[in-house]
Design a protein around this ligand. Structure first.
Ligand code: 9MR
Ligand code: ZN
Length: 535
């Protein structure tokens, strides 16, 4: 795995912010001292005795070190020490890298050395795509981001990823850097928006003439571990789906609003596409779940309902146009629940962001007052989860699913938004604990973002990282993390039944079930990082 010796301490390996409380974990009963850079003891840190943590099986305590001045410190316990750094802007680099991680997922273009450093590759997936259902239809659908460790491109996860980026920019512009060294840097459009546009241009091509969106553009099977330009089998436009159409509708309406000041024509194209998608949804009111056609083995991204997607779409169309019909549709679809869900399957949280920050008082009682109250109440439940966890992680022991980083970061987004709405410090600190989790304050003592921290993930399930001949993985990618709910048989064989959920993880390339990366895991991390950068 990684070289740094584990200690009894777990810390945010990218450091902490001066002016914000510092939390670290210890899995020992022994007293903990804070020492300065020279090793001289500053003071003893008081903390409650470690208690049993169900998710990790650890006895762990989470001492609060209070607010520290910028500098290097050591946590000391017996013979063990762990370095801890505090600085004014500790998380700019990792946030930038998480955005840039999406640049590394770009499909259809070459990654050039001046932007990609050693992680170059030639243009990939540039051949004509074929419609799975009508093989006589061939279309050129270039661009977009590779979804994850695979080379598929999927509309619903892409739409959610873009939305995370756009809301990061809308809500925390000062938290996103405009100097990412991507091809568009210096264009006058914020880099985070330019990166999102790369996916949006592709998404527009995924719309069928009748307004519906194809669910995905993938081959019939996943490629082996080869570089993307070597993956030359036919890509298919798979059948359309309700969720892809509603998510694209919402995302494009949002993007039309965000891009209007920078690129009017592009904004108009997107709004028109969103309206056509909405019209298709109205003509097809009965939800049909997407299923892979026979013979197709690439990502499924199934869902049980499109109500939350339609709700989000109606909200964004109202925010973009001000037309009453969309507000009425949003009210009729108001879900009441899952307002703090920001993942590819549950998008109620994105609808909530639209209501809270764009529709505001135009939303009447339900979409403004009631939604705000419901959102805060549901964030309260997330905060309660952090209090039940030894590491302060907002995930119950039995919810370490495939991509457990998503519900954890989704919870962080909810608490961050509530902190922003109310000024509550408990919500702020709850959200920060999830950020710390991603960056090393966790049972595995692992920084889940490649290229950061002293014990980073080194072998993510990511085809370019596996095939490029470079030891270090592509930087700025976040691993899905421990998964005890749906592990692969080979993972079970290695780990057995007794390893606790929060440790059900293999930093090994084949382990897609625990160590894949995905665009929609990077993007909530971008949101949380951008927020944290503005505190
Ligand atoms: O993120 C998805 C996760 O919620 C599912 O449990 C898992 C298994 O179906 O699939 C994940 O998505 C994968 C997708 O299907 C294909 N590309 C890689 C994605 C990340 O693992
Ligand atoms: Zn590609």
């Amino acid at each position: 795995m990684n070289d740094a010796t584990p200690s009894v301490f777990r810390v945010n390996q990218t450091g902490y912010a001066a002016g914000l409380p510092v939390r670290a974990a210890t899995v020992s009963q022994a007293p903990v001292f804070l020492a300065d850079a020279d090793g001289k003891t500053i003071r003893e840190i008081p903390f409650d005795p470690p208690s049993a943590d169900a998710a990790s099986g650890d006895r762990v305590a989470l001492p609060d070190l209070g607010i520290l001045e910028a500098g290097t410190y050591f946590l000391v316990s017996g013979t063990e020490r762990r370095r801890l750094t505090v600085s004014a802007r500790p998380w700019r680099d990792v946030t930038d890298a998480l955005i840039k991680g999406l640049y590394f997922q770009r499909c259809g273009c070459a990654l050039e050395e001046k932007h990609a450093g050693p992680y170059v590759h030639a243009a990939c997936h540039t051949a004509m795509a074929v419609d799975w259902e009508d093989r006589t239809v061939r279309r050129h659908v270039p661009g977009g981001w590779h979804d994850a460790g695979d080379y598929g491109k999927y509309v619903a996860p892409g739409a959610v990823t873009v939305a995370h980026l756009l809301y990061s920019c809308l809500l925390f512009p000062a938290g996103c850097s405009d100097d990412l060294n991507i091809p568009e840097t210096g264009s006058g459009v914020p880099d985070i928006l330019s990166e999102a546009r790369y996916e949006l241009e592709w998404m527009l091509l995924m719309q069928r003439d009748d307004g519906a969106f194809h669910h995905k553009l993938t081959k019939a099977r996943f490629a082996p571990f080869i570089m993307p330009e070597k993956d030359r089998e036919t890509e298919y436009l798979m059948p359309v789906s309700h969720c892809a159409t509603a998510d694209a509708c919402a995302c494009l309406a949002l993007a039309a609003r965000v891009f209007r000041p920078y690129a009017e024509g592009f904004a108009n194209r997107m709004l028109l596409a969103a309206r056509r998608a909405w019209d298709w949804l109205r003509r097809h009111p009965d939800f049909v779940p997407y299923t892979n056609p026979e013979g197709v083995r690439t990502g499924w991204y199934g869902d049980r309902s499109d109500r939350d997607e339609r709700f989000w779409a109606a909200c964004e169309l109202f925010a973009a146009t001000g037309e009453t019909a969309f507000r009425e549709a949003a009210e009729a679809l108001y879900p009441g629940q899952h307002l703090t869900a920001f993942g590819w399957a549950d998008v109620g949280g994105l609808g909530a962001l639209c209501c809270l920050f764009a529709i505001g008082e135009r939303g009447d009682d339900l979409l403004y007052g009631t939604l705000r109250e419901d959102f805060i109440a549901q964030s309260e439940q997330v905060l309660a989860l952090t209090r039940k966890s030894g590491y302060g992680t907002a995930l119950p022991a039995d919810r370490y699913i495939w991509g457990s980083i998503l519900p954890i970061l989704s919870g962080a987004m909810a608490m961050a938004v509530t902190a922003r709405l109310t000024g509550r410090e408990d919500m702020r600190d709850g959200a920060l604990l999830q950020w710390h989790y991603a960056l090393g304050l966790n049972a595995l003592d692992t920084c889940f973002v490649t290229g950061f921290g002293e014990r980073p993930v080194m072998h993510p399930h990511h085809r370019p990282s596996g095939a490029d001949g470079i030891d270090a993985p592509v930087p700025g990618l976040i691993s899905g993390g421990p998964n005890k709910c749906f592990p692969y048989p080979q993972t079970k064989e290695k780990l057995g039944e007794d390893v606790p959920p929060a440790k059900y993880f293999l930093d090994e390339t084949p382990s897609a079930d625990t160590n894949e990366i995905a665009i929609y895991w990077n993007s909530p991390a971008v949101f949380v990082g951008a927020w944290a950068n503005t505190l």
